[in-house]
Design a protein around this ligand. Sequence first.
Ligand code: ADP
Length: 604
Amino acid sequence: MLSTVKKLTLTGFIFGLCFPLLAIYIDLLHNTLAFSWLTIQQLYKNNLLHYLIASAPFVLSGMGYFSAKNQEQLEASIINRIKQATINNTASKSPFLFVVEKEITQLLSKKTKQLEFQKKALDEHSIVSIADVTGKIIYVNEKFEEISQYSRAELIGQNHRILKSDHHPDAFFNTMWKTLTNGQVWHGEIQNKAKDGSLYWVASTIVPYLNERGKLEQYIAIRTDITEVKNNAERLNFALSSTGDAVWDWNIKTGQFIMSDMYAEMLGYQANELPATIDTWVHSVHPDDIGRAQKNLQSYLSGKVATYQLEVRLLCKDNSWKWIHCRGQIIDEDKLGQPLTMTGFHTDISARKAMEAELLQEKEAAEKANQAKSEFLSSMSHELRTPLNAILGFAQLMEDNPDEPLSEEQQENIEFILSSGEHLLNLINDILELAAIEAKKVDLQIKSIVLSNALTDAISLLKPIAAKTNIVINDIAEDINFTVLADSIKLKQVLLNLISNAIKYNKPNGTISLNCETINSTHVRINVCDTGIGIPVNQQQKLFTAFNRLGQENSNIEGTGIGLLVTKELVEMMHGTLGFESIEAQGSCFWFELPLNSTKNISN
Ligand code: ADP
């Protein structure tokens, strides 16, 4: 469909050609009575030139249709020529001119409406103002009034300085004016001050308007409120700077590497002192770390690994090295999925690294000391036990010698020697056991063991001791039919330890019951429960600490405070766990779980 302008120009063209003929025809009709060759000649002389001149603009405008390079040029040239024609033809305006004038008016009103609509849309979105060449405000829209809190009347005639905040240095505005007076468009973010003194940020585009002679006439400024964005960015920056992290942004294609001020500060440089190129980073990486760093980065960029993070040493300005935790993420990719930009953080982890190194040193030293202690103890084992066994042996001989019976006092003394010697032997044995466990020098023979046999053996060994204080150990249920995977000696040691504690810390006439239950298809739990003194809640977390007897050291119950710790270690070495429940003055239940020998067990 032909546009109005096109129609108009075509009409102009056709009418332009026809008009002289039509005009001659009308004039001829007018002079019918005097029609003669003379009349035509006369008309030609008087009017033809006039007709041609009148129609020329239309002919030209029609030609403009073909020659105009674009619609705007065409419209402008038509309007110009029509104007010209109107001036030339005011005296004898033809009906055609009225038609054209009407079309033009319609076109203009349509264009005006479009412009008004565009202005409305602009006013809805933007803060708009116009200033004259001296910077005096000559127009502001509603949004301008709203954000600045000044009324239009207060603003018109004022300089934009009325809104100036102290945020920007003079150089900022000098550059802006230089750009504008050179006739160039200026873009930038400005902080302004509203009437009540509050500050707001606008992203501005200022366009200098040059008149037809190319002279600067006005400045049109279009702004968007970015206060919230700026505040958010400020908060983000604050949060980032308070974490002490540095931020970087790498354009992978161009090699540009933009760093936050903190990046430079972290390495002892001034802000902007480091060249904004990826080489800055590459050349700062420690030679021993660069290979690993590049491999890591390549793996991430090629998609082999999902995250990019590594710990490297970076060179500081004072030639020292800092440990940096470097992490980043691809932000932008091209159509082929190739990474374009990457953004990330640097965290100074030097303090953590130093602490780790210190801890490692301490750990190694402690391990060495422990090893030395264990070696000393195990080598002393023989030296300690041999004389002690001799003392105990001879004391027993003296006690049981029917040829030389002891006096009552001697008997008492010998018993004291024997009990103290046994206590010492137990202590030595426990310490040596613990030392052997810590030195990982315990050899276990894990094999299939029928649990009921191990329980019966342990019970029968300890029943006589329990009977001394009228403590009853209940027999185990007959249907216990589990086979566990354990070391038979260590299992026995565990059972003896727990049952003897149940005897030691029981009440006279108390009872001890042992039972077993499956926890799941793989483990069985053995419970050793007593009706004894129990363990106070505030003491329970101290259990399993070497030499801690939880207040029993002042009682007449013998012990070393190592037995439970050794027991726990042994259970764990057999791939089990040990735990307890205890109520003060009511009793305790110590339990341990061991792996079942799945091939031998019949599910209960
Ligand atoms: P000890 O040689 O003192 O018995 P253990 O390591 O076997 O050393 O036990 C540590 C401490 O735990 C004991 O001194 C005692 O206070 C407490 N304890 C152990 N078993 C029981 C129990 N069955 N009832 C109450 N207290 C117990």
